[in-house]
Design a protein around this ligand. Sequence first.
Ligand SMILES: [Zn+2]
Length: 143
Amino acid sequence: MHCPYCSGETKVVDKRDGEDSTRRRRECISCEKRFTTYERPNLNLNVVKKDGRREAYSRDKLKAGILRACEKRPISIDTIDAAVDRIEKAVWDTDEVTSTEIGERVMAELKTMDKIAYIRFASVYREFDDPVAFEREVRLLRS
Ligand SMILES: [Zn+2]
């Protein structure tokens, strides 16, 4: 966990297990500011869509999108689960995340995982109706 003020390393100064979350009081080693994080085993997260509508975050839905992109690719379900875990951990402390941010995080994961899956996801997610933009993306991956 990095400091939200200066991105420095932090240490846990107090930890309390609540009913549905673990509360950690952290202190930054560099700037000594303190902040609190909550870790929830079940994310209580809203996803804000592009049109402004909100819907409850669904791990299954996120995973389904990744699985679709990874269809017939040599990627194990464990690898996909680990990627979903990393995406969830990145947004753990917030109540709301935009669908754009989730999409960008998925693309960052897929980019290191499998180029074909990445292109598939990107073409759906970024809605490449512009063939030139799509080709540019493919070229960038090859270079
Ligand atoms: Zn700091």
